[in-house]
Design a protein around this ligand. Structure first.
Ligand SMILES: *Cc1c(COP(=O)(O)O)cnc(C)c1O
Length: 414
């Protein structure tokens, strides 16, 4: 198959150029628990990895394989493992790489669930050191001989800070560890992190990849370029013979398999169909978010943040790394919590919901929901303030969204 085709052609054709088993254009939903064999010898071969085959859906399933191959081809990796959720993907990836006594370097302002997970990992002896800004300098400063991974979000949410992937990757590589990125808010439409030196890409596929708000899921994709040092990464030593595939095979045949966080076949099917339209949705979503951000920033009493606006502090990085695209999330500060609530409550089209990446516009007040249990200091470093509104822009007509938001903002002006 021609590999230098465009983004949308690639999504539809690269991973499955001839469709599936019985000439199906879509992967059949293999909604079964186990697979039956003609003889015990055959099943033994599957279990000893001497022949390809499926045995039990927690370990492998053809619908999941189809989805994994699509995601792997989208990001340009050497293989992917699908998971029951974004959090299952992050926890599996980190637990596959780290043992008690090991350290992770992460940026502040991560997704709240990830911060909670990193706190859980402390109890297992896996320590996280935080950089206020995750970049080449901070990684170099924080790296020790205990460091096993650098973890960052390509676009953080709701702070909307952008990771300089190339800088973070080269500092991680100097320290002999991989850069793991959560690219959920960016999607491969904005950037393919492997091209900038990242080693492992994770998505919560519940968001833009599925796009239709119907399935929780996650995925881990391995770029296959990291040369593991099995003395340093002793967590992978048992899979040393697989060399560059060691991380994937440890997940596949050991850690991910045993944690039990597999994706369901139905969710893999729904997310596969969702991903088919990722390029169309992201194009529209980025155009709408850009138009809405510009319209709102003309209102003098709002402070609007959106990576494609020229006054975003990392606008030049958005230009060089995302080709000037800003993604689907914007935030604005209204001056008070009361006004933020009033704006949100008077919107006609936006759902008040704690999610991003749906094709419907979603809106939320992060401080009183996603960050309700966080203290002032950590909310401020996550870019969350009492007057902040977060918008996950959908595919509605931009004129309608702009009318709706401007009406709500102007109506709330005292
Ligand atoms: C939603 C989200 C997650 C967690 O994903 P789930 O599918 O909800 O488990 C992780 N990282 C980011 C950036 C997210 O937006």
């Amino acid at each position: 198959m021609e590999t230098n085709c465009g983004f949308n052609t690639g999504i539809l054709h690269k991973a499955s150029p001839k469709g599936f088993g019985n000439r199906q254009i879509l992967p059949p939903i293999s909604q079964v628990t186990a697979y039956g064999y003609e003889s015990m010898e055959e099943l033994e071969k599957v279990f000893s990895h001497k022949s390809m085959g499926y045995a039990y859906t927690r370990i492998g399933n053809p619908t999941l394989t189809a989805f994994e191959q699509k995601m792997n081809s989208l990001e340009g990796g050497i293989g992917a493992v699908s998971c029951s959720s974004g959090m299952a993907a992050i926890s599996s990836a980190l637990l596959a790489l780290c043992e008690s006594g090991d350290e992770i370097i992460a940026g502040r302002g991560l997704y709240g669930g990830t911060i909670d997970l990193l706190r859980d990992l402390e109890k297992l002896g896996i320590h996280t050191v935080y950089a206020d800004v995750l970049d080449g300098d901070s990684v170099r400063k924080l790296a020790t001989e205990k460091t096993r991974a650098v973890f960052g979000e390509v676009i953080s949410n709701p702070a909307l800070s952008i990771l300089d992937i190339r800088a973070a990757a080269s500092a991680a590589h100097e320290a002999g560890v991989p850069l793991i990125v959560d690219s959920t808010a960016a999607t491969p439409y904005l950037v393919k992190p492997f091209e900038y030196g990242a080693d492992i890409v994770i998505h919560s596929t519940s968001k833009y990849i599925n796009g239709c708000g119907n399935s929780i899921g996650g995925i881990i994709i391995d770029g296959g370029k990291f040369a593991w040092d099995f003395e340093k990464h002793s967590a992978l030593a048992g899979h040393k013979k697989y060399r560059k595939m060691a991380f994937l095979l440890k997940l596949r045949t050991d850690l991910w398999e045993n944690l039990g966080g597999c994706m369901s076949p139905m969710n893999a099917y729904l997310t596969y169909i969702g991903a088919d339209t990722l390029g169309l949705r992201m194009k529209r979503i980025c155009e709408n978010a850009d138009a809405l951000a510009r319209a709102l920033s003309a209102e003098e009493d709002l402070a609007v943040s959106y990576p494609a606006l020229p006054d975003h502090p990392q606008h030049s990085l958005a230009v060089s790394q995302f080709g000037g695209l800003g993604g689907g999330i914007l935030t604005f500060r209204t001056g008070s919590k009361e006004r933020a609530f009033e704006v949100i409550n008077s919107l006609k089209y936006a759902f008040i919901a704690s999610n991003i990446g749906d094709l419907r516009t979603l809106v939320i007040h992060p401080r009183s929901t996603l960050y309700i249990n966080s203290d002032e200091k950590s909310t401020a470093s996550a870019g969350v303030f009492d007057d902040l509104v977060r918008v996950s822009v959908g595919i509605e007509d931009s004129e309608d969204l702009i009318d709706d938001f401007l009406g709500a903002v102007r109506g709330s002006r005292k």
